[in-house]
Design a binder for this molecule. Structure first.
Ligand code: DC
Length: 235
C-alpha cells in the first residue's frame, strides 16, 4: 500500500449533486450515518441566506447589498439525532427554510456570484478535515473538485415532485401539478445560471434513483466508497 495508510481514521470526502427532489439529502444523511461522517446540506445554507435576505427586504437585483448582508450572517449546521438543525445568528430556522416563499426565491439569490463565493469558502472549510458527505449542485464541480467519491443523483421530474409532495407538512397548500411546475422551474434556473450551474462532473457516477429506495441508493454510494478504498489499497 502506498501513500497515506488506510487505517480506521482514514477518511474521504463524498460529493453528491443533483436536482431538487432526487433524494440527495435523505441518502446523504444515511451514508454519513453508516460511515460515521458529517453530513453537510449546502442547500440549507442558500436557503438560510434567502430567508434572511427576504426578511431584510433585499432583492436579488441588488447583489452588493446581498453580499454585504450575507457577510454578516452566521449560518450553522448542527448535526443531531433527529436530523440537522439550521441556525441563523443563533436562531433555529430549520422549519422556516422549507417554506414556499424560500422555495420559490432561493434559486434567484443562489445565482449571485458574491454569495456563492462566500458559501463555497465556508463549505470548503467544513470539508478540510475530510469525513464529509456534502450535497448540493456544484460540490463535485466547484466546491470539492478533489472529492474522492462523486455522485450525480437524479430521478424523473414527476417522481421528484411526488417525493417532495409526500414530504410536505401542509400539502393542501399546493397541488402536485403546481409542485411539478415549481421543481421544473427551479431545475431550469439552477441548470442555466452562469456561475456553477447544476451539471454532472466528468468524473462523477450517475445514480438514477427513479425506481430505487433510499436504502438502495445509500447502499450504492457506500459501495462506491468501498470500491475506492479497495482501489487505493492495491495502488
Ligand atoms: O437542495 P435544496 O433544494 O435545498 O437547494 C436549495 C436551492 O439552493 C436550489 O434551488 C439550488 C441552490 N443550491 C445551489 O445553488 N448550490 C448548492 N450547492 C446547493 C443549493
Amino acid at each position: 500500500m502506498s501513500g497515506q495508510s488506510k487505517g480506521s481514521n482514514y477518511k474521504i470526502n463524498i460529493a453528491i449533486d443533483g436536482p431538487a427532489g432526487a433524494g440527495k439529502s435523505t441518502v446523504a444523511r444515511m451514508v454519513a450515518k453508516r460511515l460515521g461522517y458529517v453530513y453537510v446540506d449546502t442547500g440549507a445554507m442558500y436557503r438560510a441566506a434567502t430567508l434572511r435576505l427576504r426578511e431584510l427586504g433585499i432583492s436579488p437585483e441588488s447583489p452588493s447589498e446581498v453580499l454585504q448582508a450575507a457577510q454578516k450572517m452566521v449560518i450553522e449546521l448542527i448535526p443531531g439525532e433527529e436530523g440537522q438543525k439550521v441556525l441563523l445568528d443563533g436562531r433555529d430556522i430549520t422549519e422556516e427554510i422549507r417554506s414556499r416563499d424560500v422555495n420559490s426565491n432561493v434559486s434567484r439569490y443562489a445565482q449571485i456570484e458574491g454569495l456563492r463565493s462566500l458559501m463555497v469558502s465556508l463549505q470548503r472549510q467544513m470539508a478540510l478535515r475530510k469525513g464529509v458527505v456534502m450535497d448540493g449542485r456544484d460540490i463535485g464541480t466547484t466546491v470539492l473538485p478533489d472529492a474522492e467519491v462523486k455522485v450525480f443523483m437524479t430521478a424523473a421530474a414527476e417522481e421528484r415532485a411526488r417525493r417532495r409532495y409526500q414530504e410536505m407538512k401542509n400539502p393542501e397548500a399546493i397541488t402536485l401539478e403546481q409542485l411539478t411546475r415549481d421543481i421544473a422551474e427551479r431545475d431550469r434556473l439552477d441548470a442555466e445560471r452562469k456561475i456553477s450551474p447544476l451539471r454532472q462532473a466528468s468524473d462523477a457516477t450517475l445514480l438514477d434513483t427513479t425506481s430505487m429506495t433510499t436504502d438502495e441508493a445509500a447502499e450504492a454510494i457506500v459501495a462506491l466508497c468501498e470500491a475506492y478504498g479497495m482501489e487505493r489499497s492495491v495502488e
